[in-house]
Ligand binder design. Sequence first.
Ligand SMILES: [Zn+2]
Length: 434
Amino acid sequence: MKSVYLAFRAAVLHFLDDPDNDLESPHLEYFPDGILLTHQGYIVELGAAEQMLASLPADCELIHYPDHLLIPGLIDTHIHYPQTDMIAAYGEQLLQWLETYTFPTERQFADKAHAREVAEFFLDELLRNGTTTALVFGTVHPASVEAFFEAAEARNLRMIAGKVLMDRHCPAYLQDTPETAYTDSKTLIEKWHGRGRLSYAVTPRFAPTSSREQLAKAGELLTEYPDVYLHTHVAENHAEVAWVADLFPESRSYLDVYQQYGLLRPRAVLAHCIHLDAEDRACMATTGTAAVFCPSSNLFIGSGLFDLHLTKEADVRVGLGTDVGGGNYFSLLRGINDAYKITQLLGKKLSAFQALYLATLGGAKALYLDDKIGNFAVGKEADFVVLNLKATPLLTRRLQHCQSLHDQLFAILMLGDDRLVTASYVMGKAAFKV
Ligand SMILES: [Zn+2]
């Protein structure tokens, strides 16, 4: 009989709390030669190999990854699975990009077989990039969410998704109504929320495509189901912000539209948050609403530069997202790379520790899942990634010239992408392996 204990030996790094930009932060644990011990998919112990080898359970299977770094599974807090086939679309900014590329692509998700095929590819791609949990947009079609949850459940992945609510300012073929938005979402919540590792997110696309009646229905759903998520976009692009000001003159700001309909609360997660003011940030902090930093789409569709420092100084929870297909890659390692460059353009710093924290424990906190995932605390779910520190000749060479752990991790993050991912483990089992 196969052992139920699995031990993974490699260099191991994880965070106990937010390290900020402190290069000497006490909030991380690093074992150059460590062992992560799991039992039936949960973390049992983490420590130095030297100490743990002698005391491993007798029937424990030991898997050794020399020259590899083991980190918690990456968490993508904002991504659109239906946009997989239109990633890397040329030449437009947000509003025209939606019209030209996004809406025609999303139309195809009325067909559940199509949705399922894309969902399988999408999950393969997440795992190939080391992402084990994501907060995911579907399309307006309930079938898109059914297909996604079925695919995620078969792989035992911790995933959050929802049907888009959109009853105006879009093609007729993608429109729902306040009433169908409510009933379709309710049916999906009843079936999928809290089933295994899956959770549901009430998902208005953004304020311009929902009527007041529909936003009120979204608020009703959140009142009826207080532990579901709210997932939407806010203040991404200047033209979009101006449009919202025209559509909702009664609101103080774009964010305030959501506040007026009771959508800001713990487990509300807002992508972008680029063009906000201090009052908006204070409102997000007091309501427990999280912001998602989407570096690749900030740059790719030219929306602007998210100010991580201002947002964190306001005590807002922040996660990292790829925003595929507004972002042009699935890799959160590449996302960290662009996040660093955006903070540089704002004249600020982003340490390697802070960056990796955002993609792991920080993301888990943004999603209120830090009691389950995000680091290697005993009892948490054993989702983790194994990175090859000799994946490329340049990385191998650069790592020979490191003076400190921070220097080493920074080089890994700046030179890293999917080529580094040797394996992604989900509940202690390999879900992807090179
Ligand atoms: Zn998005």
